[in-house]
Design a protein around this ligand. Sequence first.
Ligand code: NOJ
Ligand code: CA
Length: 704
Amino acid sequence: MNFMKNLFSIIMLAAGLSASAAEIASPDGMLRLTVDLDPQGAPFYSVAYKGAPLVENSRLGLTADETSFNDGFRIASVDTLTVDRTWQPVWGEYSEVRDHFREMAVNLVADNPERALTLRFRVFDDGLGFRYELPAQSKNNYLTLRGEATEFNFADDHTLFCIPGDYDTDEYLWSETTFSNLPEALGNYRKHSEAQRTGGTVIQTPMLIKTKGEHPVYVNIHEAALVGYPAMLLDVDTEGFDMKASLVPDRLGVSGYLQLPFSTPWRTLIVSDDARDILASQLIYNLNEPCKIEDTSWIKPMKFMGVWWEMFTGNVKTWAYSDDYLAKPGVTDYSSLRSNGRHPANTENVKKYIDFASAHGIDAVLVEGWNEGWEDWASYRKNRQFLFDKAYPDFDVEQLREYAKAKGVKLVMHHETAANAADYALQLDRAFQFMKDNNYDAVKTGYVGAVIPRSEHHTSQWMVDHVLDVAKRAADYHIMVDSHEAPRPTGLARTWPNWLAQESARGGEFESFGGNPPSHTCMLPFTRLKGGPMDYTPGLFQGDLSYYGEGKTSKAGTTLARQLALYLTMPSPMQMACDLPENYERFADAFRFIEDVPVDWSDSRYLEAEPNRYITVARKDKNSDDWYVGAITDDQRRTALIDFSFLPKGAKYEATIYEDAPDADYRTNPQAYRIRTVKVTDKTRLKQPLAPGGGVAIRVVPLK
Ligand code: NOJ
Ligand code: CA
């Protein structure tokens, strides 16, 4: 493969074709992109970073049943443009984002058969994006898409950070491997019922590459603005160090049905030799359309608790009201069923959460298991259905509406669809109206299980359309959305900022299914979070589940202090405090940090970072002069070096430090923490010890 690649370049040079190449550089000149055609008229590109080749000659193109856009082209014209503008996100890590790039549109035409294709490239200082634009053609304006020719070809056996390719789930642990070791690294996953469909060498995006050598370059590969198109996986050639786009198909093997004109999502590469820049990059948002919601005043970042973790602590509590698995929503008279007595979504219990949230300044309470349908779902029957406007007999919608209102707390709706997306789409208006009538303005959706319609996968074109449609229709009702088991985000929250968060990765719930290793959250910000915030569900104080004596022995891969740090390292405008009120009462002084920490920021500074190892970040509250610092490490003890020079010169601050105690260790002593207060200024350099699996969270408040 490498030989072929070299040969290919040699032929190109010999033919003198590179002379006709179109070239463009980033505004700072560090990234350089070249586009050209081979002798067959097939387009390809390459990327150099700081003068050295990074992405080698890599094909571009699209394949459809009706016609393909892979070769036979000539360059009709090239348009270039420089753009420098800023925009203000409704929420996020920064109050202002700079969108500064050089653009090059390479307009290709082919004669036989007649076709036109524009390749649009945008090169930023922190990476680049490109997409295919298919204008209306003289014929074949309806395409049955089979795939893309897009390649990302590298020249050496670099390090890869990735999860296995899968059409239906992304809830995997990260592998740190190399191109050549990938099959071994993903070996265990090949047995997974879903991942096996894609074989051993297909991986998901976002993924991260760290190049070999003394001066490594980090490259995050993903996509932006995934609309009307399937998600992209990467098919890895482990010997040639090459990757090829692999589009998720429906069950007929078709990747998409397109009507032209059509623009594909952007293929994105975030590039830097400083790992911190990967975390700071807003490139994927920059490649999305501006906000389409005119009045955004109703969109409010929030912290929430939930009648939720109770169902994970042991094998006791259930989402279902009764044990009658034959109960059918809309048909069964639920008032005649007997409660199983293990159903936490009941009025009295919800009131306790509301009381706690109200007393501690937590904005909202999520309630799972409130509606008809869980009996059927729990047994994984084929025709599962939920009703989104039918509460169980022990959940008094009106009483709770009034109670929550009186206590100044919002309730968060839950719509588990069990992946019956077709049925959910039909119920949606009724469901949203029911929410509005009962004072709910945020919903957590879920798609657990095999998708209905059966022809689809979780990340095929139909589902991509479905989840975006839910977010848009929610906006019509002024409803905010947190979607679980939805396609990995691609920055669409810029356009639809009511789409506050998604799960779309292995979340905190896995601390109850055997645990997440500490490195997991040292990886997500480099990958999954580049597309948008994650509802990771931090705030787990009682991570050893044997505590409950209910049958589970799972141990969380974290110290208590680290859970606080996650509010900084896993920023989200919809942030959970996942644990039970009684656990927060046991550690009330530590919970104080969760009460205080904001969920919306005016500025963020990544101070230290290395994928899979550690992250240290400082953020400024959007609504005050307070700063917050969070640092986490993997399973190794570490000293974070916190440089406070981000503070205004000369100003004095008081820092409250929530840290691992000296004897803390996520395996043996996770709940050992200390809280201390020190004075800091812009001159302070704090050497902060972190326990194995530990972290630190710091609140920094100006001294009057
Ligand atoms: C999976 C979600 O990730 C989790 O948060 C939820 O509780 C269950 N599905 C049930 O809907
Ligand atoms: Ca999930």
